[in-house]
Design a protein around this ligand. Structure first.
Ligand code: MG
Length: 336
């Protein structure tokens, strides 16, 4: 198949600064692309790199797009190198979109019907703000229907965070599932203390809600430490930063990881190869956002719906971080 290829970079400001162990983040930048096939079917794709998380940089992705001719083929798309994982995702998902198998992008459809609210049946995880602010924010998310929350840890001193945690588990409703995301920001001792605290509270019947998992407690380099911890405690551990790309995912699996994998479809690489890997190894995966627009979100949720097990909530509960997504995206697509 041949495609007419067009692309345009975008920038969008977060409604409020996003704080993680990696620092502060104010503006999301990415690329929207459009593929039109020989039958005039249109497929939209999005390249949304996070270089500090292990993907290529925006500049590298732009360079790749700029050097492509206006007409490309399936062969162009399926030979994008592994060091451009967000490009692999953006182009492949635009192809799938255009193929019509998701029920969007019908022939000649220039109206952007992806902007309708997502009707995914998967539960959503809502991201709480870091620190004490979480104690005031959860209720709004609860009213919006969230029952799984993620709270960032490893941002402040551990003693202080454990105090907030203690308050939080007695404040959140008992049907809540809580994920603690350290973004690799704990020491081995601190990770031990978090896991021990969760295990201990549970064993003593003092844990009113479910701690679903602790996410990426240690830096990527300390894989063995996390493997050890995952075997020492009941509380589950999920790898996130360690498995940013398909290559890393396969490497951790080969080294014995049988815990949870957080997959960010937007940066992990080729969707077709991801499907193959998940089917082959039946991994326990949690799907998560890279703060993409509705375009990459649709493609990512499509994969999540196909590949999720254990009814794990998807980490796409981030709408409240952005203001007014839909109008600017619609205008950008019309211009393309
Ligand atoms: Mg994470």
């Amino acid at each position: 198949m041949r495609y007419q290829f067009k692309f345009r970079p975008y920038q969008r400001r977060f409604g409020r600064t996003l704080t993680t162990n990696h620092g502060n983040w104010d503006i999301r930048e990415g690329i929207i692309l459009r593929l039109t096939d020989e039958t005039l079917r249109v497929g939209w794709g999005e390249i949304a790199p996070i270089s500090w998380f292990g993907s290529e940089t925006l500049e590298q992705a732009l360079d790749f797009c700029r050097q492509l001719p206006e007409e490309i083929t399936d062969n162009t798309i399926f030979s994008i190198p592994d060091d451009l994982p967000t490009c692999q995702f953006g182009f492949e998902s635009a192809c799938e979109w255009g193929s019509g198998k998701w029920g969007v992008g019908s022939k000649g459809d220039k109206e952007n019907n992806f902007l309708t609210p997502n009707s995914s049946l998967l539960p959503y995880s809502g991201l709480l703000p870091a620190g004490e602010a979480a104690l005031n924010q959860w209720e709004t998310l609860w009213q919006q229907g969230y029952r799984t929350f993620k709270w960032k840890i490893g941002v402040d001193a551990i003693a202080h965070e454990l105090e907030i945690f203690e308050l939080m588990i007695h404040t959140l409703p008992a049907s809540t599932k809580l994920r603690l995301d350290a973004n690799g920001g704990l020491t081995y001792e601190e990770a031990n203390l978090w896991l021990w605290t969760c295990d201990n509270l549970k064993a003593n019947g003092e844990l009113p809600l479910e701690i679903e998992f602790i996410e990426q407690p240690l830096p990527i380099e300390q894989f063995q430490g996390m493997l050890e911890l995952s075997m020492s405690y009941e509380t589950a551990i999920a790898l996130d930063e360690s498995v940013a790309t398909l290559g890393q995912l396969a490497a951790c699996y080969q080294q014995g990881w049988r815990g949870i994998f957080v997959i960010k479809p937007g940066i992990v690489g080729s969707p077709s190869r991801l499907r193959k890997f998940c089917h082959q190894h039946e991994i326990d995966a949690v799907f998560s956002s890279v703060f993409e627009t509705a375009i990459a979100r649709l493609a990512a949720l499509q994969l999540a719906a196909e590949l999720s097990r254990n009814n794990r909530a998807v980490g796409f509960g981030i709408d409240h971080f952005f203001e007014q997504e839909e109008t600017w995206l619609q205008s950008l697509c019309k211009e393309l």
